[in-house]
Design a protein around this ligand. Structure first.
Ligand SMILES: [Zn+2]
Length: 86
């Protein structure tokens, strides 16, 4: 009985060590760096998509999706629909 408990504890410890090793490998290998850089690009692309040249950064849930599939700043859409005021 005790042997089974020790074995399972050792197995869990082995999993933990393996997990830590994989995490370290992802962090320091060129592959890990590539993944991070790709994630950075996506983040900046997304932020650029959310940023209107006239009205600045918009919240993603506020963006208006045009029938063409292009996302548009809600303030620009409002002006386009109701015309420029002033
Ligand atoms: Zn705008």
């Amino acid at each position: 009985m005790t042997v089974i408990i020790i074995e399972s504890v050792l197995f869990i410890a082995l999993l933990a060590v393996g997990g830590a090793f994989v995490a370290t490998a992802f962090g320091i290998t060129p592959w890990g760096r590539r993944l991070r850089q790709t994630a950075n690009r996506r983040r900046i692309d997304k932020q650029a998509e959310l940023t209107c040249p006239l009205h600045g950064l918009q919240r993603e849930e506020d963006l208006v999706r045009l029938p063409t599939g292009e996302p548009l700043c809600p303030k620009c859409y409002e002006e386009a629909v109701h015309g420029h005021i002033g």
